[in-house]
Design a protein around this ligand. Sequence first.
Ligand code: GLU
Length: 473
Amino acid sequence: MADAVRVRFAPSPTGHLHIGGARTALFNYLFARHNNGSFILRIEDTDRTRSTEEYIGSILEGMRWLNLDWDEGPYRQTDRFDIYQRYAQNLLKEGKAYPCYCSPEELEQRRQEALAQGKSPKYDGRCRNLNSPPPDRKPAIRFMMPQEGEIIVDDLIHGKVVFDNAQLDDLIIMRSDGTPTYNFTVVVDDVDMNITHVIRGDDHLNNTPKQIHIYQSLGYELPSFGHLPMILGSDKARLSKRHGATSVIAYRDMGYLSEALVNYLVRLGWSYGDQEVFTIDELIRYFSFEHIGKSAAVFNPEKLLWLNSQYIMKSTPGELVDLVMPFLIKEPIINEGQISDRVWLSKAISTLQERSRTLVELAQSLTYYIADEIEYNVKAKEKFLNEKYLANLTEVKASLETVDTFVAAEIEKVFTSASQKLETKLGNIAQPVRVAVTGKTESPGIFEVLEILGKEKTLNRLARAIHVITMKS
Ligand code: GLU
């Protein structure tokens, strides 16, 4: 039997979980689940100056929100310094690595000189065969890279990519202060954690030949590599803050459903025929590397918004009650604990879910059902809360007062007979009533809106609108 699949997501906590990182995490997750394998979370926090606890917390929060549950970890590289030290010492002993006494200032000076001469600033290897090391310096440890020949990265997405060994540096694996460096820790961890597939962004493709040499020196079999295409903004530049929100948590706070974001992320580079909307079970079933393209994917916020509206539309009102509640509290449209009637709120939501693209929009639209008093849209007020409609509003209010069973069908009868009596179109009654009760010229069907509002609120709002008109004239 082939080895069980083990993959990892290995973020550096130097920022929030962003769209690109989340997509990498998702592809690893789907690959693991598709193969009944394990998904490991590893925090690459060796850069102590740029890593923070806050970012670690925020990455975990983003992963949890997206339901990318991991099977092992989070491991932290800062807890594993002994392990890197051990591997580095072994390489030293075997002559596959060597102490380097060059100071950062010397290295920088040589780098500048090489650049000035138009050469690539590669370490010149002067400490490779040092007979008498300077006594007063603590050395860094450099990996002895082969200097000749080629190395081939056989990538699951890009195919065979050839690199010239002469281009590769004798890279530092341990700094003189004893801290390990990225290319080394990644290999040690992937070996130590039995990772079978390394799936990451193709900004790491150039690191892979160096890492392969380290694997070989350590005497370990290579994992498979898959480098995911970049994500670009609409201007074809690498996706960044300039293109709008890039952090996953920002999308949560803007009222996106995590399933919609997952569905959107998976389509950044992966496709399955022309299907656009997938359940997570379908994604797990269909996911494979064959369907990942080589070329960069373009982030399209409008499409994400469209997908979100699809997910809101197909959620049940009951599910939306839970999802919208934090936004109602935050806006604040309600106080915590204010709405105990979930059935009523579900009904209100069911009238709005087809017209809300985000949970924030849904929460805002719910305002006119929930609030004690509404605000009128200025134009709507001008156009419909005036003398011309006073008689219509007065008539409909008087008739609604007599309705005992305040349901849409009964309310509709009132409107129909008012329109006959006043000899006016139904719209000339419905529109001012709509503005009176919602403050806007657009809303779900007015009879339903009134039923959900209930008799008391409806009559109060009509009374207020009539008052507004009579005060104006
Ligand atoms: N820590 C690296 C990053 O955040 C990822 C390393 C890897 O996946 O090999 O870019």
